[in-house]
Design a protein around this ligand. Structure first.
Ligand code: NAI
Length: 329
């Protein structure tokens, strides 16, 4: 099988080339450019394309991939809200993903963001570097004996719940489906209660029509004053304008974001030399209690190895027409 790999970064190539030794029948060519309607035609002569979380795999792209003869789309990520599954099904293209490569990688990053926002690590680091050893503006609160509210207790949410328990927190959660294996230390409650009782609220549900702008003016108003909000899931779970309004109203003690709306053009790019069109990140970063990272929750050595291995296994299964639970439907 010939695979065209889009949006390649050096670490992608390293991890895929390492894992590929186990799959000699797979051939991969790496492109720096990302998958989009205009670049889809580059896939002529390839059986499969490999794309990532912010690639544009909408209707136009999928149709052009179909015209190019592509039979398989290998998403090297968990989320696939950027893929038109309807078009893929119509074109007979199989879409596969990597559902759970290292939930702990994302959950540990969520806790890192929560702690950093709470204890103002981003501010403290810069202050000490400038020989400013004063503590003004750095006061946080203990997580010990506070309440963690987890929204979405799938693989990552469950890992976050375990971490919060390790911190001595009471863990409450909301999900459409309760995970019985967590019942020993997680109390499921309706969404309003989780919002109202959490000192730390961490989002771990996927982006769907139902969860789009789940965090908005109304749900923010239900939260405790002084809450720490963390989003490592998808940017559009949070309505940014309402978040900014809430931050200005002093609702939050801290906000940690690994994802945010309008992140697509930023993610994994060095734009330090550019004058940016949108001011969302700049506006958010103007607040002392906001900590932002650029979709790096998954970025650990363990996770990258697992992503490469599962993606290549998906490719093998697609090549041999085998059924696979990672097929997106
Ligand atoms: P998962 O599928 O194991 O869990 C998602 C959970 O959310 C499920 O338990 C599901 O029942 C629940 N859910 C669905 N709709 C809901 C709703 N309306 N309200 C409450 N709960 C709802 O997914 P996993 O692996 O835990 O990933 C969660 C999300 O994390 C992904 O959808 C993805 O968007 C994001 N992610 C972020 C990464 C990063 O680097 N920042 C990396 C990987 C995933």
């Amino acid at each position: 099988m010939k695979i065209l790999f889009f949006d390649t970064k050096s670490y992608d190539k390293d991890s895929f080339e390492k894992e590929k030794r186990k799959y000699p029948s797979l051939e991969i060519d790496y492109l720096k450019t990302d998958l989009a309607p205009r670049t889809a035609q580059l896939a002529h002569g390839y059986d499969a394309v490999c794309a990532f979380v912010n690639s544009d795999v909408g209707t136009d792209t999928v149709e052009r991939l179909h015209e190019a003869g592509v039979k398989t789309i290998l998403m090297r990520c968990a989320g696939y809200n950027n893929v038109s599954l309807e078009t893929a099904a119509r074109c007979g293209i199989r879409v596969l993903r990597v559902p759970g490569y290292s939930p702990e990688a994302v959950a540990e990053h969520a806790m890192a963001l929560a702690l950093a926002a709470d204890r103002r690590m981003h501010k403290a680091y810069v202050k000490v570097r400038e020989n400013d050893f004063s503590l003004g503006g750095l006061m946080g609160f203990n997580f010990y004996r506070k309440t963690a509210g987890i929204i979405g207790t799938g693989k990552i949410g469950a890992a976050m719940a375990r971490i919060c328990r390790g911190f001595g927190m009471e863990v409450i959660a909301y999900d459409l489906y309760e995970d019985k294996s967590l019942k020993e230390f997680v109390t499921y409650k309706p969404l309003e209660k989780v919002l109202a009782e959490g000192d730390l609220i961490s989002l771990h549900c996927p982006l769907t029509d139902e969860t789009y702008h789940l965090i908005n003016r109304e749900t923010i108003a239900r939260m405790k004053d002084g809450v720490v909000l963390v989003n490592t899931s998808r940017g559009a779970l949070v309505k940014t304008e309402d978040l900014i309004e809430g931050i200005r109203a002093r609702k939050f003690h801290g906000v940690g974001l690994d994802v945010y709306e309008e992140e697509s053009s930023n993610v994994f790019e060095d734009r330090s030399d550019e004058i940016l069109e949108h001011s969302t990140t700049a506006r958010l970063l103007s607040f002392p209690n906001v900590m932002i990272t650029s979709h790096q929750g998954f970025f650990t050595a363990e996770a990258l190895a697992a992503i490469a291995d599962t993606t290549l296994q998906n490719a093998m299964d697609a090549q041999q027409g085998r059924e696979n639970s990672n097929i997106c439907r």
